[in-house]
Write a protein that binds this ligand. Structure first.
Ligand code: DON
Length: 317
């Protein structure tokens, strides 16, 4: 872990775009051992120097920096959307099929799954998100269309879409994810056809969004479950609290403790290099930088958020 402070002028702190550029200028000079995700061939094609950030406040104010308006593959960030939709559909029964404990293992680990009899530790490790996909296939009439419509509604944006190229690219190398689903099927925790579940799972991970769209789509979780643009209560306040607590404890896999320690916000990462984090009743922030650390979380993205919450002195802790 490297040093924290930028010693910014307090006046500069009020202008978030300037603050973002100051933070970025500082942290990009630091040593960065990150690498772009290589195990999904299509993700390797992304320019590693891309960097974008967006901050959006409840009751107004949105600030973009760098490549904030360029779409990228959101990967596991999408697992929050699928969890929310499944929770809406099946209510507390959901927790019979998937746990809410941090795993302390890598996002695609098989280790716990056998001795915990096919019940994934939480909905954000790959095994958990695959079970959630299975549930959505059972409950949704047109799973891929209905899921996309839900994400579009959250972001208030009808142009958000899957990348079939990325979904196909992931499928071609998805040996570990297939091992996970076969193991869970043997424990009877997968009810639908394996290919159908995996096709849905690859597609939900392939969604492309930009930082501004991601922040907007997550804002309801900072707003007690209510969509700002329509006033629709997507989740009750109690359920929204639970999703945030799972993000806090499980959103960064075996680095959840480190992220809480450094950034101090609930959030979710994806191997496309995106991270979204939120401060309940206050703001939502997204960052994109494709190089990942050894745990699969954006190297510069994490560092950016660490300096941001330290500088503005607004984290939940
Ligand atoms: O299943 C996978 O491995 C990817 N589609 C998603 C992994 C991911 O984003 C983990 N997050 N940091």
């Amino acid at each position: 872990m490297s040093g924290f402070f930028l010693a910014l002028n307090p006046i500069v702190k009020m202008n978030y775009e300037v603050l973002f550029s100051e933070i970025h200028a500082k942290i990009k000079e630091e040593k960065n051992n990150g690498k772009v995700a290589g195990y999904i061939p299509e993700l390797k094609l992304v320019d590693p120097s891309k960097f974008g950030a967006n901050l959006i406040f409840i009751n107004g104010g949105t600030y973009n920096y760098g490549d904030a308006l360029e779409r990228f593959s959101i990967q596991s960030i999408s697992k929050v959307f699928s969890l929310v939709l499944a929770y809406k559909l099946v209510d507390e029964k959901l927790w019979k099929r998937v746990g809410v404990e941090p795993s302390g293992t890598a996002f695609n680990s098989l280790i716990q799954l056998e001795y915990e009899k096919g019940i994934p530790r939480n909905p954000f490790i790959n095994a958990g998100a695959i079970v959630i996909s299975d549930i959505l296939i059972t409950y949704l009439k047109h799973p891929k269309d209905d899921f996309l419509a839900f994400v579009r509604k959250l972001a208030n944006n009808e142009t958000i879409n899957y990348s079939h190229t990325i979904a196909k690219s992931e499928k071609e190398k998805a040996y570990t994810n297939y091992a996970l689903i076969h193991l869970m099927k043997s424990f009877k925790n997968i009810k639908n056809d394996i290919e159908e579940v995996m096709d849905f799972y690859f597609h939900l991970c392939s969604i492309k969004m930009n930082c501004e769209e991601i922040s907007k789509a997550f804002l309801f979780l900072a707003n007690d479950g209510k969509l700002e643009h329509t006033n629709e209560q997507i989740l009750t306040k109690a359920k929204s609290k639970r999703i945030n607590s799972i993000m806090q404890l499980c959103g960064f896999y075996d680095e959840a403790g480190e992220f809480a320690f450094r950034v101090g916000l609930p959030g979710k990462s994806g191997v496309g290099g995106g991270i979204v984090a939120l401060y309940p009743n206050r703001y939502c922030i997204s960052v994109w930088s494709p190089k990942l650390n050894a745990k699969g979380n954006s190297f510069l993205g994490t560092r950016f958020l660490e300096v941001f919450t330290t500088e503005i002195e607004e984290s939940i802790f």
